[in-house]
Design a protein around this ligand. Structure first.
Ligand code: SAH
Length: 269
């Protein structure tokens, strides 16, 4: 069934060179580029894939942005977590609809968007009020009111403690995740999962040392590399450039204390 583009919706306009622009459609709105003007009226009521011409004849195709499209183009103050890592975090933390998740720090809200869209009930702790506002606005802008009702950001320091109880998941992207381990032990239910994203392996190693003396078990640290390919006729090869480093993902489950601990699984997940 066709689902025409409506005023108020976000669309991604793709030009003939593959450049992409994120635009909110408005009645009477105009999209101005170096290559002329596209009236929003040319797009409203059309299906995704609609291709229109600007006043100078340049071609633009409209599609709804995916979550990954939005995350890479939304207004942001802090460095966001890349889509390849967002996807991995959702499965490492095994986020399910209705799961109760504490996220800290929230930054621009890229990870929040992924968690909330997976159906979780998310409480964010964020030190900076401007970031907390920005993240809240980004979640509401992309996911709408229903989803925004499952997302709340508090301006506070997660190193000082976690007030939530019976959490299913704790997901961290901040400089010293090891400072949260004790608080997470008290706030997660048994079987709960902690996941931390850290740009530096020194942070991951320090976190692992603290996890090893905690009630968390089954700790693992993983790095995901994504290499895109150039595919054109006979020229089929990896792209020359890649985002070679983003961060390390460390996860563990609250199970202890278990005398002697659990051995790491033989098959990595
Ligand atoms: N994951 C986010 C980016 C987080 S950037 C995204 O994908 O968009 C790290 C954030 O942690 C920053 O906004 C910083 O203000 C916040 N932060 C750092 N220490 C913190 C603490 N102790 N408690 C709460 N937030 C903290």
């Amino acid at each position: 069934m066709s689902r025409p583009l409506l005023a108020g919706e976000r669309v991604l306009l793709v030009d003939s060179k593959g450049r992409q622009y994120l635009v909110v459609l408005e009645d009477g709105g105009q999209f101005h580029t170096h290559a002329g003007i596209v009236g929003h009226a040319q797009l409203i009521g059309e299906d995704e894939g609609a291709t229109v011409r600007s006043t100078t004849g340049a071609r633009y195709t409209a599609i709804r942005p995916t979550l990954a499209d939005f995350v890479l183009r939304m207004p942001r103050d802090a460095q966001v977590i890349y889509p390849k890592d967002l996807g991995a975090i959702l499965l490492l933390a095994d986020v399910t609809p209705g799961a109760r998740v504490l996220e800290a720090g929230v930054g621009s809200g890229a990870l929040s968007l992924a968690l909330v869209r997976a159906g979780a009930e998310v409480v964010g702790y964020e030190l900076r009020p401007d970031f907390a506002r920005r993240a809240t606005a980004n979640v509401a802008a992309f996911l709408g009111e229903e989803a925004a009702g499952r997302y709340r950001v508090e301006e506070r320091d997660v190193y000082a403690g976690i007030d939530e109880a019976d959490l299913d998941r704790v997901v961290l992207d901040l400089p010293e995740p090891w400072q949260v381990v004790k608080h997470a032990e008290g706030a997660l239910r048994p079987g709960g999962i902690l996941v931390a994203y850290t740009p530096s392996i020194m942070q991951a190693a320090h976190l692992r040392e603290v996890l090893a003396t905690s009630d968390f078990e089954l700790a693992q640290t993983v790095e995901h590399l994504a290499r895109t390919w150039h595919v054109e006729g006979q020229a089929v090869r990896p792209d020359h450039r890649m985002v070679a480093h983003t961060g390390f993902l460390t996860s563990a489950r609250l199970l202890g204390p278990i005398p002697g601990g659990l051995k790491a699984p033989k098959v990595p997940s």
